[in-house]
Design a protein around this ligand. Structure first.
Ligand code: PMP
Length: 427
């Protein structure tokens, strides 16, 4: 039983005491008090199927017992800062995480968030190359501190921070982009930026393999290898932002970049890494990692024993429960069912994504691709009322984001699509 304050009381406190910038998707936001795997429960005990997983945050499932045990046991034993002393939790997790990477990507730096991880990656690239210019893709999201806000390329998330040396390349958007799925044509823009917008030398190119906040945008095939070769020639590093697409979510691979046949110089991660515990990481090569040894660099809580114990448990659960395979099987099935909805409703302009990172874009006119913003909100609200939670994203806010915990089943995929189908049929 729940004896706490009601949703209305919490909302009123939130308005009074918390940032005016906080947002929620629903007219009457939910007060969620319990979670169990792919289910969430509100204060009245009503159950919701969670197909948004806290924006790809909860990869093993809410309150997964093995992750909870790891956190509780480590908390009872010791929680401390990561500086000055040794502790087995951090070293063991770093080793296990490094094993998940190809090539020379073997050195791990822990942070508390995705923003911190990307800030650190940009700093390392700048130190390593001696250059300042960074190229990121339009519509991408990389964080909201000074440097990462510069690299983020959507006006909704940008304040007027000084944004030196950041260039935003054409988005290789296969649905709305001018070159369709021709990755090489979009990649030419990066070459032009290097030629016309920099000294010819750059520090880094940073990109998500599938833009999450940007509305589940898979980069056009052929784009990343071509850009990688351009960036190499310009002396720069390729930073793969795996904050959303990492940790088995895409099903076919453990990391999103792997589907593009490239090996980055630096990889950043957060969200799913700790199954909801604040943790982020930067993984790079020993040679690049050396740049941080020229001065004192530390992060008081990045990689603390409790968070790394959680991270290590997550890796074990992904392996033990074959969650990558599940993301592939259930994700492919779900995508196929969503694609057949597209044939039924003109409102659905596009269905895309990989594994359990799927997007459904709503448009009021399929030729003009006019964003169906109001309809998106309405469908989400009604699906919530029927017990299914999905997210939304994209620059226009007209893309459903479906990123459930990786333990999502085929039956739940069916339930989600049936509820979406019913809702759309009533529009
Ligand atoms: N990179 C990507 C791809 C993200 O989606 C986000 C968060 N939405 C971040 C970085 C920043 O992560 P955090 O909110 O943990 O700082």
């Amino acid at each position: 039983p729940y004896y706490g304050p009601s949703a209305e009381e919490i909302l009123s406190k939130r308005c009074q005491f918390l940032s005016p910038a906080v947002f929620h998707f629903f007219k009457n936001p939910l007060n969620l008090v319990d979670g169990k795997m792919q289910y969430l429960f509100d204060e009245k005990g009503r159950r919701y199927l969670d197909a948004f997983g806290g924006i790809a945050t909860v990869c093993c499932g809410h309150c997964h017992p093995e992750v909870v045990d790891a956190i509780v046991n480590q908390t009872k034993r010791l929680q401390h800062s990561t500086i000055l002393y040794l502790n087995p939790a951090i070293a063991e997790f770093a080793e296990a995480l490094a094993e998940k990477f190809p090539g020379d990507l073997k050195v791990v730096f822990f942070t508390n968030s995705g923003t911190e991880a990307n800030e650190l990656a940009l700093l390392m690239a700048r130190l390593y190359t001696g250059c300042h210019d960074v190229i990121s893709i339009r519509n991408g999201y990389h964080g909201n501190a000074a440097g990462t806000m510069g690299a983020t390329a959507q006006s909704s998330y940008k304040f007027n921070v000084v944004q030196t040396g950041v260039h935003h390349a054409l988005n290789p958007d296969q649905y709305r982009g001018s070159f369709g799925s021709d990755g090489l044509k979009y990649a030419k823009d990066v070459e032009d930026i290097v030629t016309y917008g920099t000294s010819g030398r750059v520090a880094a190119f940073i990109a998500e393999a599938i833009q999450g906040v940007g509305g589940i945008m898979e980069l056009a095939p052929g784009y990343l290898p071509a850009v990688y070769s351009t960036i190499k020639k310009a002396g720069g590093l390729y930073i793969a932002d795996e904050v959303q697409s990492g940790f088995a979510r895409t099903g076919s691979h453990f990391w999103g970049f792997e589907a593009h046949g490239v090996v980055p110089d630096i990889v950043t991660m957060a969200k799913g890494i700790g199954n909801g515990i604040p943790l982020g990481a930067v993984v790079t090569t020993p040679e690049i990692a050396k740049v941080l040894a020229y001065r004192s660099y530390f992060n008081t809580f990045g990689g603390n024993p409790v968070c790394t114990a959680a991270g290590h448990a997550v890796l074990k659960v992904i392996e033990k429960e074959k969650l990558q395979q599940n993301a592939l099987t259930v994700g492919s099935y779900l995508k196929q069912r969503l694609t057949s909805l597209k044939d039924k409703y003109e409102l659905i302009g596009d269905v895309r994504g990989r594994g359990l990172m799927l997007g459904v874009e709503l448009v009021t006119d399929s030729q003009l691709k006019t964003p169906a913003k109001v309809e998106t909100l309405n469908v989400m609200e009604q699906m919530k009322d029927m017990g299914v939670l999905i997210g939304k994203g994209g620059f226009f806010g007209n893309v459903f984001r479906i990123t459930p915990p990786l333990c999502f089943t085929k039956e739940e995929a069916d339930f989600l699509v049936d509820v979406m189908d019913y809702t759309l049929s009533k529009m």
